[in-house]
Write a protein that binds this ligand. Structure first.
Ligand SMILES: NC(=O)c1ccc[n+]([C@@H]2O[C@H](COP(=O)([O-])OP(=O)(O)OC[C@H]3O[C@@H](n4cnc5c(N)ncnc54)[C@H](OP(=O)(O)O)[C@@H]3O)[C@@H](O)[C@H]2O)c1
Length: 309
């Protein structure tokens, strides 16, 4: 069993300041014109991924209705046009995988796609056929990333995914959880298995992963995808009752959505956040979270402000 020591708070905060300082030194862009999309390197390979991806859980579960599918395809088009790459789905999300596949076909299979899907079945032996069905729904030759959804039957599925990776049938392997579920077990799997990515919930009010999981991911060189950045919309609904503080301009945040996304992706262990949306204007706004990122001091100010509302 491979063991690793928790990263010390001092070295972790040091890494935070260094990363944020590097981000602060990136060239600034005008407030009205968003700058180039910000990227972070996937730790195991050094591949650059935009800091903002696209979730599909409820938003893309629109069934067979052509108008609704076209509307999702428009969101995907705006996402790719803005420089997006990572789209996340799961067999748990109803028709979402098929809707992603419909959109990819309609958009001529954008080469920049980074396809992130999951395996989600309590039967270990049913994993391979579920993955193959998902691949057909997406209409892709193979997935970039496959994750064991919510640790369900993770021992068997992780064996399958690691064998697929060894055979060149998937590029990256990971596990997911959300809303703090099974974090102790999640941490054990992280320590004992060669994961490329983990996916967890993290936002300005749900910060439990800051204590152990994010430092462990940084220490082990595991990429981190952040789900539920807006608490499924509830966080933004709450914040939008208040004006954005004037000092949000110091980090080039022009809306609450950008304020929250910048908080999340400025954590040095985070590779990308995957907000979901049904709206083209919202996907553009999320992808336009460019320019300066907050440093450690600004992150503390942002947290205190939001907690005080
Ligand atoms: N265990 C797991 O593996 C797990 C668990 C949960 C989620 N996930 C993944 O994480 C993704 C994101 O999480 P989530 O779906 O819970 O929701 P979320 O991204 O936290 O919030 C989505 C909501 O935010 C709203 N929104 C998005 N951008 C906005 C903007 N710029 N301004 C105002 N409102 C905005 C959307 O409404 P509009 O449609 O009006 O924009 C939508 O209702 C999921 O779709 C899924 O891919 C994985």
């Amino acid at each position: 069993m491979q063991q690793s020591k928790p990263i010390s708070r001092r070295s972790f905060l040091g890494a935070l300041s260094a990363t944020s300082a590097a981000a602060m030194m990136r060239p600034l862009t005008g407030v009205a014109q968003p700058g180039p999309v910000l990227t972070r390197l996937v730790p195991p390979t050094g591949e650059a991924l935009p800091l903002v991806g696209l979730g599909t859980w409820i938003t893309f579960n629109v069934g067979r209705d052509t108008e609704a599918r076209d509307s999702c395809a428009e969101v995907m088009q705006a996402f790719f046009e803005a420089g997006g790459r990572l789209i996340d789905s799961s067999p748990m999300y109803g028709s979402s995988q098929e809707v992603v596949g419909y959109g990819l076909q309609k958009l001529g299979h954008p080469s920049r796609l980074f396809s992130a899907d999951k395996v989600w079945t309590s039967s270990g032996s049913a994993g391979p056929s579920q993955i193959e069905a998902s691949r057909r729904h997406w209409r892709v030759p193979r997935f970039d990333l496959l994750q064991v959804h919510n640790l369900l039957a993770w021992e068997a599925h992780l064996r399958t995914l690691l064998a697929m990776k060894a055979a060149g049938e998937v590029r990256y392997v990971g596990i997911t959880t959300s809303e703090g579920r099974r974090h102790r077990e999640f941490e054990r799997v992280m320590r004992q298995h060669p994961l490329d990515f983990i996916q967890v919930t993290y936002n300005i009010l749900d910060r439990e992963v800051e204590d152990r999981i994010l430092p462990l991911a940084a220490e082990r060189g595991t990429g981190v995808i952040v789900n539920r950045p807006f608490q499924q919309g509830a966080l933004l609904e709450r914040l939008e009752r208040y004006p954005l503080p004037a000092w949000a301009a110091e980090i080039d945040a022009r809306s609450w959505a950008q304020f929250i996304l910048k908080f999340i992706v400025s954590h040095p262990a985070v590779t990308c956040a995957i907000p979901a949306t049904t709206r083209v204007d919202h996907v553009r706004e999320n992808m336009a979270a460019t320019g300066r990122l907050p440093d450690a001091g600004m992150r503390a100010r942002m947290t205190a402000y939001v907690e005080g509302l």
